[in-house]
Design a protein around this ligand. Structure first.
Ligand SMILES: Nc1ncnc2c1ncn2[C@@H]1O[C@H](COP(=O)(O)OP(=O)(O)OP(=O)(O)O)[C@@H](O)[C@H]1O
Ligand SMILES: [Mg+2]
Length: 256
């Protein structure tokens, strides 16, 4: 088995009275591609946001490359700024709504993290940005502003921006949900290619067909826990639990 990057045990997250995550146990190994499925409101985004500490978990243990992140002090999780900065630089995230900086060109968007967080010089960051923009097929668009791009192109810039930080793990939160059906494919191809190159990824998606071809492991989140998991064949074609079957049935209801 490949090396363990991240180990999560007993992860809980509440918003006030609402308990969203109720004990998540998840190990992420080098090169794994994990697809996360679940109903709306089941906590998929919350889980990803806890993994890169955009949300603070209520409790639980997270071990990143052998080091525990945060510690419980009098019933609350505490983190140092240094460990959060280090972890966020290593765990990238791509959002449904791209979240590009509108006042920066495409290249400037991609350079921002490497310059401000990694301390690269501007010429080095520029060269790195152009390299990653080439990889997502947007080498020609370096100097335009995001508003001039299609949704699919903007999302590919967002992917290049995340890649420019050379992340250990890349998290995708429904990266194609905001796109016209016609251009979903161009973004999925880029994600598939990254997987083929060995990048470790967690992907929240409703694209079940893509999850089948992309993932090494599929997780079904329900009732705040990992309700069922397995290989794509196990989980998507032969789910064991009734609730998982019911969830998947909705995606084939209108097949023809
Ligand atoms: N910052 C917050 N404050 C309060 N409640 C929140 C917050 N973020 C999420 N929630 C609640 O937590 C629950 C899980 O939300 P989350 O966004 O993780 O679901 P999801 O599985 O990603 O859903 P979707 O498929 O619609 O994106 C929801 O009930 C949501 O309203
Ligand atoms: Mg969500």
């Amino acid at each position: 088995m490949s090396e363990e990057i991240l180990s999560i045990t007993g992860l809980y997250k509440s918003f006030g009275e609402l308990e969203v995550l109720k004990g998540i146990d998840l190990t992420v190994r080098q090169g794994e591609r994990i697809a996360i499925l679940g109903s709306s409101g089941s906590g998929k985004s919350t889980l990803l946001r806890c993994i890169n500490y955009m949300e603070r978990p209520t409790s639980g243990h997270m071990i990143y490359r052998g080091n525990e992140i945060g510690r419980e002090v009098r019933g609350e999780m505490n983190y140092t700024n240094a460990e959060l900065i280090r972890l966020r630089a290593k765990v990238g995230m791509v959002f449904q709504q791209f979240n590009l900086f509108p006042h920066m060109t495409v290249a400037e968007n991609v350079m921002e993290g490497p310059v401000t967080v990694l301390g690269l010089s501007k010429p080095n960051a520029r060269a790195r940005a152009e390299d990653f923009l080439d990889r997502v097929g947007l080498g020609e668009k370096s100097d335009v502003y995001p508003s001039r791009l299609s949704g699919g192109q903007q999302q590919r810039v967002a992917i290049a921006r995340a890649l420019a930080m050379q992340p250990d793990i890349l998290l995708f939160d429904e990266p194609t949900s905001a796109l016209d059906p016609e251009i979903v494919g161009e973004v999925l191809h880029v994600i598939k290619q990254l997987g083929d190159e060995g990048l470790t990824m967690l992907l929240v998606t409703h694209e079940i067909g893509f999850a089948y071809h992309f993932a090494t492991k599929v997780i079904f989140l329900h009732d705040g826990v990992i309700f069922e998991q397995g290989t794509p064949d196990e989980l998507l074609k032969n789910p064991k639990k009734t609730r998982t079957r019911e969830f998947l049935a909705r995606f084939t209801e209108f097949n023809f």
